[in-house]
Design a protein around this ligand. Structure first.
Ligand SMILES: *Cc1c(COP(=O)(O)O)cnc(C)c1O
Length: 366
């Protein structure tokens, strides 16, 4: 294969994909082995595609140890559509949903839920600039709430929940868009988990929803009023084939799942992710020139956010890092500063390259 120049892509999403997956996609793009037809052309009702979908689901189940009482759905509309689908399916008019407000994506989820029903903010770290996630003792949960919604990893602010909140018997719903399958996940403590694929699982276009069977009853009760395409029960009954699925995104996500299993599954990828993040945070903490924006006990392993002494230096840092082949380090426009997204597929070499760049930048500008 001809050598292709690839930069280090620190983008928060869409994000870096594993090279062996891209190579397999490239190799098989004209014709899937044995099928003589491209994944871009194939009927979603074909045996070939059905088995691609079934295999992707089986691999997701194996990776995350998903109990049989959960369905795995492949939907569209991104995590953003889940902000609406969750309350439309799960929040009855007289009920209240609790939301943990710990970042910009959670805020957006709250905004959509308020259009559907009653929302209680169980805790918020907004007044701390979302530099941390709330602790268990801060949570003011509603007895008998329809569900509790959380964001496991705050992509923009660079914080994560180190432990799941204890919500008793209330269904826990988690937006895991930016840390899904970066470490072991205790599915049984959740009622519903959702994630857009394009941060850590595959290309944009498919959203994974893992939902416990008993919650589908709520969707069934709303069958006549809910738009069909927004009803979890409809997608579950039709095994994610109610309408044309994003075949290419599902296929590529399936290859990423295979790649993860081949590496040793979630415990193995978690160790690699911890090692990468530790290197970067160690450099941030080394002298005080760089300043991590997340409180130490809430630091994300996926999105590492930091600032420099002033904005002028930050602009120079962005420019020079791009010239050095380190792309996508500019922080989200709403918070500024730097953000290095180091998802599963981001190579450790790239972290080493960034650490080297940071040292040199400090030496010449500090
Ligand atoms: C990126 C992101 C979203 C939005 O995802 P889309 O697929 O673009 O709708 C929602 N939540 C979190 C935590 C994210 O990182």
């Amino acid at each position: 294969m001809a050598t292709v120049h690839r930069i280090y892509n620190f983008s928060a999403g869409p994000a870096v994909l594993p090279l062996p997956v891209l190579q397999e996609v490239q190799r098989d793009l004209l014709a899937l082995p044995g099928a003589g037809i491209s994944i871009l052309e194939i009927s979603h009702r074909s045996k070939t595609f059905e088995s691609i979908l079934a295999q992707a689901e089986a691999d997701i189940r194996a990776l995350a140890n998903i109990p049989p009482r959960y369905k795995v759905l492949f939907l569209q509309g991104g995590a953003s559509l889940q902000f609406s689908m969750v309350p439309m399916n799960l929040l009855a008019p007289a009920a209240t949903a609790d939301y943990i407000d710990a970042g910009s994506w959670g805020e957006k989820a709250i905004k959509e839920a308020k259009k559907i029903g009653n929302v209680n903010i169980a805790a918020s770290t907004r007044s701390d600039n979302y530099s941390r996630v709330p602790s268990q003792t801060e949570l003011k949960l509603t007895p008998g709430a329809a569900y509790v919604h959380m964001t496991s990893n705050n992509t923009i602010e660079g914080t994560e929940h180190k432990d799941l909140p204890d919500v008793g018997d209330v269904p826990l719903v988690s937006d895991t868009s930016s840390d899904m399958f970066s470490k072991p996940i205790d599915v049984a403590r959740h009622a519903l988990i959702y994630a857009g694929a394009q941060k850590n699982m595959g290309p944009a276009g498919v959203t994974i929803v893992i939902v416990r069977d008993d919650l589908l009853q709520r969707s069934l009760e709303r069958k006549s009023s809910l738009p069909t395409m927004l009803n979890y029960a409809v997608h579950a009954e039709n095994k994610s084939l109610y309408n044309t699925p994003p075949a290419f995104a599902v296929y590529t996500l399936g290859l990423v799942m295979k790649w993860l299993l081949g590496l040793g599954g979630l415990p193995a990828i978690a160790r690699a992710n911890e090692r990468k993040a530790a290197k970067l945070y160690a450099e941030i903490d080394r002298t005080g020139f760089y300043r991590g924006t997340a409180r130490t006990d809430s630091r994300s392993l996926m999105n590492v956010t930091f600032r420099l002494p002033n904005e002028e230096l930050e602009n120079q840092f962005v420019k020079q890092s791009e010239s050095a082949g380190l792309d996508g380090l500019k922080g989200h426009r709403s918070v500024g500063g730097m953000r290095a997204s180091i998802y599963n597929a981001f190579p450790e070499d790239g972290v080493d390259a960034l650490v080297g760049f940071m040292r040199e930048f400090e030496r010449t500008h500090g």
